[in-house]
Design a protein around this ligand. Structure first.
Ligand SMILES: Cc1cc2nc3c(=O)[nH]c(=O)nc-3n(C[C@H](O)[C@H](O)[C@H](O)COP(=O)(O)O)c2cc1C
Length: 379
């Protein structure tokens, strides 16, 4: 299943095309729109979220709420485009508005400088419009389709925010406790820790500074054997890491115990194997995070993503003006202070995309009935 996304942050719309979905996948657009609303929420978000009211529209590939097997096209219109038409339209733009909206005091931590050099631009707006995490809205919409494909097989994805700029929730939670995170302000499960994290964000905002954090994503119900031990490119952990690292601002991915494995000895890390008639083979612990040898092993998948602090600071860092080469203070576009809750939602969508592809690769199927029959036959 191939996913292509397109669209600029302040352009007309964001688009996703998904090729390779089987026929007869029933789609619930309200579930997709609920994820889009969550992606826009979270304590510490910027003014853009007050303008947009993201809703996905289906343009192709679905009839009577069911996929046809043809490419599915999703679209989200940018409401903010109405305020940017003069300098973002595909027709001749207004030169004075273009100059006013141009960005040449390139921002450290952003794609601005490397992008203008690589693509022969002088205005970093031609780079940041695509680098922007606005693109993740359409990935969440596509992820909603993949989530429904997986859900039809009994595979569910959840997650929560574990850490905000050093304020960390050390507790481990059962999968069924995770849903509550979606009803909170910051996606955290411990109310007291969430209050501390909000204070931290408020303090950083006052100082013109920003925050990152860590989100944990979990997957329940995935049977063993997805991914491959035979080819490095098809290893499930490698594909998940690639997908998660492709999200703007993600700088680290952990599977299971993650970096902690390096500090422990073998007996404290490897999960012992047991067998019961009704349950079959299982691990007595899950430090591997549900993946061994590049294949799912039937335990819950446990993944964590680290997000760096938002790179646009209201008290801009030192930089160089691109055209004059003079020292300057980096530009400060309207911006988020912390977007870790949104990142958690985006990461779920990306995990759904990777897993749906792993299922399709192994089971194929032109119809959902075929996919379900083949999945149910697996041990
Ligand atoms: C949900 C989300 C929201 C973001 N919001 C902003 C923002 O408001 N301002 C900003 O400068 N960067 C923001 N970022 C981060 C930038 O998009 C990202 O750091 C930049 O494109 C450079 O890419 P890199 O950090 O992956 O190297 C956001 C990222 C995510 C995932």
């Amino acid at each position: 299943m191939k996913l292509t996304t397109a669209g600029e942050s302040h352009g007309k719309a964001l688009i996703a095309v998904i090729e390779g979905l089987p026929a007869h996948l029933q789609l619930d657009m309200e579930k997709i729109n609920a994820d889009l609303a969550l992606r826009q929420s979270g304590f510490g978000r910027g003014a853009r979220q007050k303008i947009e009211r993201d809703r996905a529209e289906i343009l192709t590939g679905v009839r009577n709420l069911e996929t046809l097997g043809s490419p599915v096209t999703l679209c989200i219109y940018n409401k903010d485009y109405a305020n940017w038409t003069a300098c973002m339209s595909d027709g001749k733009c207004d030169e004075s508005v273009m100059a006013q909206k141009s960005l040449t005091k390139v921002r450290p931590g952003h794609a601005d400088l490397t992008g203008v050099i690589k693509y022969g631009q002088t205005d970093a707006r031609n780079i940041l419009e695509r680098a922007s995490a606005r693109e993740t809205a359409i990935r969440v919409a596509a992820g909603g389709v993949y989530k429904q494909y997986l859900s039809a097989l009994g595979v569910e994805i959840g997650g929560y925010v574990k850490e905000v700029c050093g304020v960390k929730d050390e507790r481990e939670y059962a999968f069924d406790e995770l849903a509550k995170a979606k009803t909170t302000e910051l996606g955290m499960l411990d109310k007291e820790i969430e209050e501390l994290a909000k204070c931290k964000i408020t303090e950083l905002k006052k100082n013109g500074d920003t925050a990152g954090g860590v989100a944990e994503i979990r997957v329940k119900g995935l049977k063993s054997g997805f991914g491959s031990v035979m080819t490095y490119a098809e290893k499930l952990d490698a594909q998940l890491a690639q997908g998660l690292m492709s999200i703007q601002a993600v700088k680290g991915v952990e599977v299971g115990a993650g970096f902690a494995v390096a500090k422990k000895s073998g007996k404290d890390i490897h999960d012992e194997i047991a067998y019961e008639n009704e349950r079959g083979f299982y691990r007595t612990t899950n430090r591997a995070g549900g993946i061994e040898g590049g294949m799912s092993n039937g335990e819950e998948l446990v993944l964590r993503v680290a997000m760096k602090p938002i790179p646009t600071l209201m008290k801009g860092l030192k930089t160089v003006e691109y055209t004059t080469k003079e020292s300057a203070v980096a530009a400060s576009e309207r911006s988020d202070v912390c977007a870790i809750f949104a990142l958690e939602i985006i990461a779920e969508a990306v995990v759904a995309e990777v897993l749906a592809n792993a299922v399709e690769k192994r089971l194929g199927g032109d119809t959902m009935a075929e996919v379900k029959t083949r999945y149910n036959l697996l041990p």
